[in-house]
Write a protein that binds this ligand. Structure first.
Ligand code: NAP
Length: 243
């Protein structure tokens, strides 16, 4: 059985990715920080359906806890076959209204956390001479979002980091790709008013908000051998909002 670590899998996109990967036969490490109940109930759901899921609490802004999660996985399951670096936080404000603390927090979780998690998983994958990494960016990382400047900077960093390590690891049997979601209906967008959501959907060529499942479907493809000739790519899942 292949083993996948999914950061931020207690809710939203990460949860859907964990569910989908477990249906594809992956054992999943369901990382969470605050939503313990939700992570445990997801694992119970997967295990009751014949899959194998284990919840692991670790703060993706804390390098020591990231390393502990990867070490736990190797100690218990021997390999890390797939990493989905998904955990992230959103933040909307004028740049001038970002405190120094929030700037650091956004970068620490959304960029440094992704880099550190990929680094720790890559150490294992390089020794295995095989592996697959999927990072989760955002359309704002591609084109920049007004009032989401620091978030955009972090997500843009994830895109160039993905391309760089795809080159670095290509001869070691490790593929690295990035999914760049558009507007996906999860808790992350709970602060957007209904009327703003409707006007946003008006701008989406495919005329609907994305679902976590849309992103999970792309992750399943990237995790499978059907994408075996694909590395270093940014797969946009945005209904055509950014073309
Ligand atoms: P969400 O519903 O708010 O869920 C966020 C997940 O990340 C939760 O499981 C949360 O865990 C986890 N998380 C946050 N900070 C963490 C930390 N420091 N350590 C460990 N886990 C942490 O968000 P989502 O919409 O699913 O977003 C998932 C990813 O997609 C993010 O990287 C986001 O930037 C990206 N994305 C989302 C959208 C969208 O429209 N929703 C669009 C583009 C990109 P706990 O609850 O357990 O703390």
């Amino acid at each position: 059985m292949k083993t996948a670590i999914i950061s931020g899998a207690s809710r939203g996109i990460g949860k859907e990715i964990a569910l989908s990967l477990s249906k594809e036969g992956y054992r999943v490490i369901v990382n969470f920080l605050n939503s313990q109940e939700s992570a445990i109930s997801l694992c119970e759901q997967i295990n009751s359906q014949g899959g194998h899921a284990v919840a692991f609490k670790a703060d993706m802004a804390n390098p020591r806890q990231i390393k502990e999660m990867v070490d736990f996985t190797v100690k218990n399951f021997s390999t890390v076959d797939l990493l989905v670096a998904n955990a992230g936080i959103g933040y909307s404000a004028l740049l001038t209204d970002h405190s120094d603390e929030i700037i650091k927090k956004i970068i620490d979780i959304n960029l440094v956390g992704v880099i550190t998690l990929c680094k720790e998983a890559a150490k294992v994958m390089l020794s295995q001479k095989s592996g697959n990494i999927i990072t989760i960016s955002s359309m704002w990382g591609q084109v920049g979002g007004s009032c989401e400047s620091v978030y955009s900077a972090a997500k843009g960093g994830v895109i160039s980091f993905t391309k760089a390590i795809a080159k670095e690891f290509s001869l070691s049997g490790i593929r690295v790709n990035c999914i760049s979601p558009g507007f996906i209906d999860t808790d992350m967008n709970n602060n957007i008013s209904l009327s703003d959501k409707l006007s946003l959907v008006d701008e989406i060529p495919l005329a609907r908000a994305g679902l976590a499942r849309d992103v999970a479907d792309a992750a399943v493809w990237l995790a499978s051998d059907k994408s075996s000739y694909v590395t270093g790519q940014i797969i946009a899942v945005n209904g055509g909002l950014i073309i």
